[in-house]
Design a protein around this ligand. Structure first.
Ligand SMILES: Nc1ncnc2c1ncn2[C@@H]1O[C@H](COP(=O)(O)OP(=O)(O)OP(=O)(O)O)[C@@H](O)[C@H]1O
Ligand SMILES: [Mg+2]
Length: 224
């Protein structure tokens, strides 16, 4: 299996050299194969979000390397990193982070427009995705008029809007009640399996983790 994501020897500290310095990652190494779905499990504060933000090019490590689709990300200038992120990576947050003033449909259309896709085509793709997660009839609603589970499903569609090869999800159902979380997680797994995407999904729910191909644990700043 070729590797879609390689994280090699990542270290990261916040407030470096200042009082209140926290070292979060201490040589974390992990790879995700093409089409593989990996669960990242760790207690609160262990560094799951930190690791995902680095993998998703939203933050940079102090040391270590990130490669996505076989391409090293260190040497890239800001603009090339932004383009790589837009093209290759879909990111799902624990809280949906949808744009409140736009409809569900627009939230899935906008990242495609930013990526140079024509509006008609972007709308067609957004409708297809929203239909697949069962939110089609509510495409004209703004996030505030959607339930938590519906908001999260729209966020999945937004993350997949530009057909990334790598999906990173940070407790994608963590703010939902257990029943809804289970159901919405099933929707996410169907989407991921249906597109052959590689994914790294942080969760503290061991039952959900068991539904993925492999489980890795973050412990004292390393992946074990
Ligand atoms: N911007 C920041 N400045 C200082 N410390 C931070 C910052 N972001 C995170 N931390 C600290 O780094 C550690 C790891 O945080 P992180 O958010 O990566 O953990 P997590 O595993 O995602 O936790 P949770 O399950 O609660 O989301 C925590 O101790 C946190 O307080
Ligand atoms: Mg977190």
């Amino acid at each position: 299996m070729s590797e879609m994501l390689v994280l090699d020897g990542l270290t990261k500290a916040y407030n470096r050299g200042k009082p209140g310095e926290v070292t979060v990652l201490r040589g974390a190494t992990l790879s995700v194969g093409t089409g593989e779905v990996v669960a990242l499990v760790a207690p609160s504060g262990a560094g799951k979000s930190t690791l995902l933000h680095i993998a998703g090019l939203l933050d940079t490590p102090d040391e270590g390397r990130v490669a996505i689709g076989g391409m090293a990300m260190e040497g890239l200038r800001d603009r090339a990193r932004t383009e790589a992120r837009r093209r290759e990576v879909g990111f799902i947050y624990q809280f949906h982070h949808l744009l409140p003033e736009f409809t569900a449909l627009e939230n899935v259309v906008l990242p495609q427009l930013a990526n140079g896709v024509a509006r008609r085509e972007a709308e067609a793709r957004a409708r297809d995705l929203l239909g697949r997660v069962g939110v089609g009839p509510r495409e004209g609603h703004r996030p505030a008029a959607l339930s938590g589970g519906e908001q999260q499903r729209v966020a999945f569609c937004r993350a997949l809007a530009n057909a990334p090869r790598l999906l990173l999800a940070d407790e994608p159902t963590g703010n939902l009640d257990p029943g809804t979380s289970d159901q919405v997680f099933g929707v996410l797994m169907d989407l991921v399996r249906g597109t052959g995407l590689s994914a790294l999904i942080a969760t503290h729910n061991l039952e959900l983790a068991a539904r993925m191909d492999r489980v890795v644990r973050l412990d004292a700043g390393r992946v074990v």
